[in-house]
Design a protein around this ligand. Structure first.
Ligand code: NAG
Ligand code: NAG
Ligand code: NAG
Length: 406
């Protein structure tokens, strides 16, 4: 028999040994459960970089948002979206609406420069009608060239007079629909353009459960300064809150697809609304269009899929996010109410770093549990090694003794 552990030879010693072992077990269990809870601490840092990634921008003209579309119909300005010429145009009805009732990017955004170069030479505009924010133009730079502090976009969004008719005293804007001008509900003086600044490699969505971001509003006739800050986020993947580290992964893209699938499943319709950047054909009649739109763009409609889509589309482990804030505005110029001018650039402290780190990792666990065992039971790596080698030795001795006596 191997000798009992030296301090535990007599009864009082045994008592102390058992108490110490019990206490050590409780402590080790506590360490282990803290480790398994995967606690995380976040660290925040502001860093200065003079080479910064070029963001994409989206400018949304609210003239065609949900409530306004209600008024935009040929012939009768008291008819709703249901009265658009669906019969005549089928799934081309919404593209038709965009053609007749609003300006395209070429006319509205002719005056745009990125890094001093005309936007049309360093990227492309795309257009999409978003039910909650209106008629949106997204500029995606096609260069990977960084920009510098204080540098960025100079954009003027123009409402051309051939589409947006004369401004009357009441300043109610008129829009040319087909052959005639009709009144729109917006007063031009209060008209705002929504501005979003976002990563160039992610699709844009204004739905907060897909891409939470607040727009900035630029008023007509204003010259606004929009200061951009980049958030560079690094997360750790916890069991209850995993993150996705695949390169090129975008949680917004994944969520758009997931919610689009859910809207199709919920309505049984294999067609899309303009908010969805998927490949299905646009819905071809009002009943189908509004059913899919309700399922996809309202929180109540999307509710059922939220849990599943959040699980299927975890947060990315490495993420870039832009924050934009309205800096000074040079006031409203009453003679330029058809213009929304803005400069979008990186301001003073351009990059905020967020790092998540394990606050109780494997080495902290080994350190603390080992400390407790050492203190309570006098265990160390050496004594454990010694005990094991003694055991092995005694086994070897016995076996060889038997072999010898046989
Ligand atoms: C970027 O896109 C524009 C317009 O699509 C094109 O004219 C230009 O050559 C492109 N530049 C690069 C570097 O790809
Ligand atoms: C939409 O609705 C009509 C009938 O209301 C139906 O015939 C059509 O197949 C539906 N689906 C799509 C994808 O438009
Ligand atoms: C309309 O439907 C046709 C046939 O399904 C399709 O080829 C076309 O791309 C659709 N157009 C739009 C704008 O979805």
């Amino acid at each position: 028999m191997a000798a009992p552990w030296p301090p535990c030879r007599r009864l009082p010693h045994w008592t102390v040994c058992i108490l110490a072992a019990g206490y050590a077990l409780v402590q080790v269990h506590d360490c282990l459960s803290r480790f398994l809870a995967e606690p995380v601490s976040s660290h925040r840092d502001t860093v200065f970089m003079d080479q910064l990634p070029t963001p994409a921008i989206t400018l949304c003209n609210p003239i065609l948002d949900g409530p306004t579309v209600y008024y935009i119909v040929p012939e009768d300005d008291n008819m709703g979206m249901s009265d658009l010429p669906w019969h005549e145009f089928g799934n081309e009805t919404i593209p038709y609406l965009l053609d007749v009732a609003a300006v395209g990017a070429e006319e509205a955004l002719d005056d745009c420069r990125l890094r001093g170069q005309p936007c049309s030479t360093v990227g492309a505009w795309s257009r999409r009608l978003h039910s909650s924010v209106g008629d949106c133009f997204t500029f995606t730079p096609n260069t990977s060239e960084p920009i510098q502090l204080g540098d960025g976009y100079e954009v003027t969004f123009l409402l051309p007079s051939n589409v947006y008719g004369e401004i009357k005293e009441k300043q109610i804007m008129h829009a040319l629909i087909g052959e005639k001008f009709i009144d729109l509900t917006h007063e031009l003086g209060n008209m705002r353009l929504s501005v979003f600044v976002h990563p160039a490699d992610e699709p844009f969505s204004s739905l907060p459960w897909i891409q939470p971001q607040e727009p900035l509003y630029v008023r007509s006739g204003e010259r606004a300064e929009v200061r951009v800050t980049l958030e560079d986020i690094e997360r750790v993947s916890q069991r209850h809150l995993p993150c996705e580290s695949r390169p090129g992964y975008s949680s917004a893209r994944c969520s758009l697809l997931c919610h689009a699938e859910a809207a199709s499943a919920a309505t049984g319709l294999d067609c899309r609304v303009t908010d969805m950047p998927t490949t299905a054909a646009l819905c071809g009649n009002f009943a189908n269009y509004s059913a899919v739109q309700r399922a996809f763009t309202t929180a109540a409609g999307a509710q059922a899929a939220m849990g599943e889509c959040r699980q299927r589309c975890p947060r990315p482990c490495r993420q870039r996010r832009y924050l934009a804030a309205l800096g000074s505005s040079l006031g409203q110029d009453e003679t330029r109410l058809r213009q929304f001018s803005m400069r979008i650039y990186y301001g003073g402290e351009p990059v905020q770093l967020y790092r998540e780190l394990w606050s109780y990792g494997a080495s902290a666990l080994v350190g603390e549990a080992g400390g407790v065992l050492g203190l309570m039971l006098g265990l160390s790596v050496l004594s454990v090694f010694e005990a094991v080698s003694q055991l092995v030795e005694s086994i070897v001795q016995r076996v060889s003794a038997r072999v010898g006596s046989a």
